[in-house]
Design a protein around this ligand. Structure first.
Ligand code: C2E
Ligand code: CA
Ligand code: CA
Ligand code: CA
Length: 277
């Protein structure tokens, strides 16, 4: 009877361990993911509309679980930002990008990769040291790394100005992402030394359906030009949208019309086939 009791006890302990691991809180799981470096990067091509050539990519993080499943960023970035885990995640993204793209970036100075940064990355300014450290010992130019953040990232205007200025002194271009979805005033935008404005997908969705008179998109484009910003249209899905954007002198497009986000391997092949020769 004794061995059976021991067996039962061992089983119960095993069960408790199994259940508690299963019941790890979302934050606990995210922490484990950070500790185990489970974040990888996919790349969505950025197209110069005038030529139709690929000139860059946006780095988009994915959480790859040990079982192989992939979690989209919108499902964990909010928790990462709330908990501060976004800082080590940004570090991992920067490291991955340099590891994945080092050779192709060194071989072609006109190629750039845009990295998403959060409010905390901007507030601490720490991301700039991380990028600098990652570029050290490589032949990649700082100009080849763009940084992009939504206006939430620029909310602390003093921190934003400092970090943007430092980033630009280092040679990086800085973009405001998802433009038009927040509530930034134009004077606020004018006060930030940005290089690039990314028009949110919601303003691109309508350009081939709505009449120009009911759309604000042409005004966003004009405003960006008045501020001397380069323009990226995101979420371009149809040729009619691309035609509209080209007719309005928008510099770059990104979206499923051109390509979905690709693995590092796939992007390099895509780039070789669609770059300027
Ligand atoms: P975002 O910066 O606006 O990224 C573009 C998102 O739109 C991507 O989703 C992309 O796959 C998707 N998309 C691109 N083209 C099209 C299109 O033509 N049609 C449609 N329907 N969708 C398109 P994803 O990869 O799920 O990223 C979601 C968001 O997660 C990003 O939005 C970005 O805000 C955030 N994110 C991604 N990577 C990072 C990162 O490394 N750090 C931080 N802080 N945030 C990240
Ligand atoms: Ca982005
Ligand atoms: Ca967007
Ligand atoms: Ca965006």
């Amino acid at each position: 009877l004794l061995p059976l009791g021991l067996l039962m006890a061992a089983f119960m302990v095993g069960l408790v361990v199994w259940v508690s691991r299963k019941r790890l809180s979302p934050l606990g799981e995210l922490k484990l993911g950070v500790d185990k470096h489970e974040f990888i990067v996919h790349y969505q091509p950025l197209i110069e509309l005038k030529t139709g050539l690929c000139v860059g990519a946006e780095a988009l993080v994915r959480w790859q679980r040990p079982d192989g499943s992939m979690t989209r960023p919108d499902l964990f970035i909010p928790l990462a930002e709330e908990s501060g885990l976004i800082l080590p995640i940004t570090d991992q993204v920067v490291t991955e990008v340099i590891r994945d793209m080092r050779h192709v970036l060194q071989a072609d100075r006109t190629l750039h990769i845009a990295i998403n940064i959060s409010a905390q990355d901007i507030k601490t300014g720490r991301v700039l040291n991380v990028v600098q450290a990652a570029l050290k010992g490589t032949d990649i130019q700082p100009q080849q790394i763009w940084l992009e953040a939504t206006e939430r990232g620029f909310m602390d205007i003093e921190a934003a100005r400092t970090t943007i200025n430092t980033a630009r002194e280092m040679g990086h271009a800085v973009a405001i992402d998802d433009f038009g979805t927040g509530y930034s005033s134009l004077s606020y935008l004018q006060g930030l030394p940005l290089d690039t404005l990314k028009i949110d997908k919601s303003f691109i969705d309508t350009v081939d359906t709505e009449s120009a008179t009911s759309s604000v998109t042409p005004y966003i484009i004009e405003m960006a030009k008045a501020l001397k910003l380069q323009i990226v249209a995101e979420g371009v899905e149809t040729q009619a949208q691309a035609d509209y954007l080209l007719a309005h002198d928008v510099d770059f497009g990104q979206g499923w019309l051109f390509s979905k986000a690709l693995t590092a391997h796939e992007f390099i092949a895509y780039y070789q086939a669609n770059r300027a020769q």
